[in-house]
Design a protein around this ligand. Structure first.
Ligand code: UTP
Length: 305
């Protein structure tokens, strides 16, 4: 039996919101003048992978939440006529198409978050653009491997069950304090759980080892909740706190379901995960892997002795 949507026929999800206004303090000093979302993962900025993922899930109306010092993000998705003309005059069509790729991907809109008051506040900045439909949120520093599609499944679950949908991974119990954590109940689908409670960065009271990662499909009722959400963990307005309110509702923005994700994911805002992402993706590339892998093996051999 297919799941029922308590809110009636689903309104389609067409918009993606990408919050990218955070300070990126874990990556200082690299992020002093460069947005962390622009750090290259092999030869493409992290943010481009995220936009490509949204487009692959059928969402090509993108709203990016930016802030001070984030101009490079806008420039990256805009035309660069000078560069394009130079490459065109040289007849370098391969590089020209690489430059144009980011511009042709999607329609990207921007809104500035005046002050980085937290992820919940960043999402609230999207209210006017999003309107009354459910929408996706993709964190600009969280990469999901293109071979393990997650967002399309989350959109499907939202359309079937209504309300909002979060993405969950299993982490070591000692790691859960770094994430938003969800208390859940099983459903009739193995990869879908009903979320009964959520807590941001739990200290000793974690209800599970299921951690929220940077993908969401959210009902528009979240905006009203966010307008009344007080600063929580870290003194920031937390998206988790607003979703917790929706998790307690059977309609009007609720319930909240979780999709369990077991695929490859990289938190490029974290230095170690960033390095892993670069090495893994480069090793798998046809143009780099054949030279990188033997070098890596030799390097590791030397480290062992
Ligand atoms: P993070 O928790 O990674 O915070 O934000 P941060 O400030 O970017 O990075 P660190 O921890 O200081 O290194 C999660 C996501 O929410 C966005 C960030 O850009 C990131 O994509 N965010 C966070 C905002 O857009 N606005 C905020 O006020 C806070």
């Amino acid at each position: 039996m297919s799941p029922t949507n308590p809110n009636g026929p689903a309104r389609p999800v067409t918009k993606a919101v990408i919050p990218a206004a955070g300070l990126g303090t874990r990556f200082l000093p690299a992020t002093k003048a460069t947005p962390k979302e622009m750090l290259p993962v092999v030869d493409k900025p992290a943010i481009q992978y995220v936009v490509e993922e949204a487009v692959a899930a059928g969402l090509d109306d993108i709203l990016m939440i930016t802030g001070r010092g984030k101009r490079a993000l806008e420039d990256h998705f805009d035309r660069n006529y000078e560069l394009e003309e130079t490459l065109s005059a040289k007849g370098d069509d391969t590089k020209l198409s690489l430059v144009q790729e980011a511009t042709d991907l999607a329609t990207v809109h921007y809104v500035r978050q005046g002050e980085p008051k937290g992820l919940g506040h960043a999402v609230l900045c999207a209210a006017q653009h999003v309107g009354d439909d459910p929408f996706a949120v993709l964190l600009g520093d969280d990469l999901i491997d293109v071979r393990d599609p997650l967002l399309a499944r989350m959109v499907e679950v939202q359309q079937q069950r209504g309300g909002s949908v979060i993405a969950l991974i299993e982490v070591q119990p000692s790691q859960i304090q770094l994430y938003g954590c969800a208390a859940v109940e099983t459903t009739d689908e193995a990869d879908v759980v009903r979320v009964t409670d959520m807590i941001e960065k739990p200290k000793s009271d974690a209800p599970s080892n299921l951690a929220m990662i940077g993908r969401y499909v959210i009902a528009p009722q979240v905006f009203d909740v966010l307008r009344h959400t007080k600063p929580g963990a870290g003194g920031e307005i937390q998206l988790t706190d607003a979703l917790r309110v929706l998790a307690g509702r059977d309609d009007d923005g609720g319930p909240v379901h979780g999709v369990l994700f077991r695929g490859r994911r990289y938190d490029t805002g974290d230095r170690l995960d960033y390095l892993k992402a670069v090495i893994r993706l480069a090793a798998e590339r046809e143009d780099l892997g054949p030279e990188l892998l033997p070098w890596l093996r030799e390097f590791l051999g030397q480290r062992r002795s």
